[in-house]
Design a protein around this ligand. Structure first.
Ligand code: F6R
Length: 244
């Protein structure tokens, strides 16, 4: 794993965008794995800026998002589908038929998980997977205890994750209890992983990731140590507790 430390959230976002832009400028049909949440919002702003300035086109880009809430209409403002439309897709020239998220309203959720895996495999795997990390070390919605050999599956969300995400909802009761997420093995098959970490509240998770040697399902992000090509971009606030 390579750690790049930057000053703040804005620099983290800009740096992350430079990796994505390099990929889409050098590869004919790039495949991106995308995340939602507060962490990648700035990255998407920089990608939109590059598009508006005529420096990038997303016409030949395919995207796969990590996760989606179960039971939520795509049109719901809190769905990850809506998040991606609002924060990225509707502002660039990406083809809607090339943007994939799990369908949390699928009648047969197991079939939906299998189908999502097939779509990723048919796209020849993800070139760059963008990840944020949960306070408990989750990646995607793979909560502590998830098997490292998991593929796309339905998960029960941790109470701590529901609490953390309740900031986007009117109340905690409205936060869904389940999600579909790419599995850990699915994520690990990405050719490169770009993990973004920002803010003081993520500092302990970063210490655990970088300085605790244990690779354990109790802290899902720890598996990233076994991936050959991980770049972590962390801002100063998130890096503050590192020993060096
Ligand atoms: C989002 C996702 C999650 C988030 C994580 C951090 O698609 O899969 O793992 O990356 O919960 O969320 P934020 O960025 O809001 O702190």
């Amino acid at each position: 794993m390579k750690l790049i430390t930057v000053k703040n959230y804005d620099e983290m976002s800009q740096k992350a965008s430079s990796f994505i832009l390099d990929l889409i400028q050098s590869k004919e049909k790039p495949v991106l794995g995308l995340a939602t949440g507060s962490t990648p919002e700035g990255l998407y702003k920089y990608l939109i800026k590059a598009y508006e300035e005529g420096k990038a086109s997303f016409q030949h880009v395919t995207t796969f998002n990590l996760d989606e809430y179960v039971g939520m209409e795509r049109t719901d403002a809190n769905s990850y589908y809506s998040f991606m439309q609002e924060n990225f897709f509707k502002h660039v020239d990406i083809s809607p038929s090339q943007t994939f998220l799990p369908n949390g309203k699928a009648v047969d959720l197991q079939a939906e998980c299998k189908n999502y895996e097939e779509l990723i495999a048919n796209a020849n795997q993800v070139d760059i997977q963008v990840l944020g990390v949960g306070l408990n070390g989750h990646i995607g919605f793979n909560e502590p205890g998830t098997s490292f050999s998991s593929r796309t599956h339905v998960v029960d969300l941790d109470e701590s994750t529901r609490q953390a995400n309740s900031r986007f909802f009117e109340s905690l009761d409205e936060v869904p209890t389940q999600a579909i997420t790419m599995g850990i093995e699915t994520i690990m098959e990405s050719k490169m992983i770009l993990l973004l970490v920002s803010g003081e509240q993520k500092a302990e998770a970063l210490v655990r990731l970088l300085e605790d040697n244990a690779i354990t399902e109790d802290f899902p992000a720890s598996i990233l140590r076994e991936h050959p090509n991980v770049i972590i971009i962390a801002d100063e606030a998130a890096s503050n507790h590192l020993s060096k």
